[in-house]
Design a binder for this molecule. Sequence first.
Ligand code: NAP
Length: 246
Amino acid sequence: MSAWVLITGGSRGIGAATALRCAQAGWDVAINYAQDGAAAQALAARVRGLGRRALTVQADVADEPQVAAMFECLDAEGGRLAGLVNNAGIVAPAARLEAMSPERWRRLFDVNVIGTLLCCQQAAQRMSTARGGLGGAIVNLSSRAAEFGSAGIYVDYAATKGAIDTLTKGLARELITEGIRVNGVRPGIIETDIHANSGMDASGAAATIPIQRLGRPEEIAEAIAWLLSDAASYTVGAMVDVAGGR
Ligand code: NAP
């Protein structure tokens, strides 16, 4: 029986690579996006080209009614939701503490942390064996920034990822009793559009990484797909670093 994986922020970058990797692994793929509908549609066509079902859903993961509507949209498609990848995430322009605003902090935490919590809540309702579901797997996108703290660049973003680490460990222990495995992936510096949003030239960072290059989205997707799969059946509450030794 085919099953759905919902990938938030699935239209571009790591999310898009994950959508294709999951389709190759046999998942039907629901692609959430915020604004770039054309990118999501083009990706859905590639998923269908791999012989899987694809659905695109616009929703701001920070918005509770929009998240609820997104899951209802998936319900209406029919089939089982067995996977969730909480990938949608934002950064903000590089800045020191004194130049940051509370509005910036709220938006970062709303999208990166509250968005993840909202999606976990909706998914758990459907996956939980205690509520009639068949179990499932959730993968949360953290960052190596959670450990380093990103001083002088975006300590606020790093703090949102620290929160992801903590909630991943807590939810893993809470939800495994209901058949849901929760794990996380902590990418290093990966070649995506996200860096342009912070005004950083990520290519210059290669020399600071032990492997001497940035990562590719496909290299993160591989870890996510493994954590979603039955091959990771005993892996619960793990944070997998995919960061070239950083
Ligand atoms: P990206 O290329 O900027 O893509 C972001 C994706 O998230 C897009 O699909 C975007 O949709 C979507 N999105 C943004 N805000 C959203 C919202 N409020 N609701 C729903 N979707 C939203 O990002 P990425 O580099 O692939 O990063 C993916 C995840 O990995 C993030 O959580 C990021 O923090 C984490 N990460 C990335 C790196 C890195 O170096 N790239 C390193 C560590 C961790 P639209 O296309 O519609 O805008």
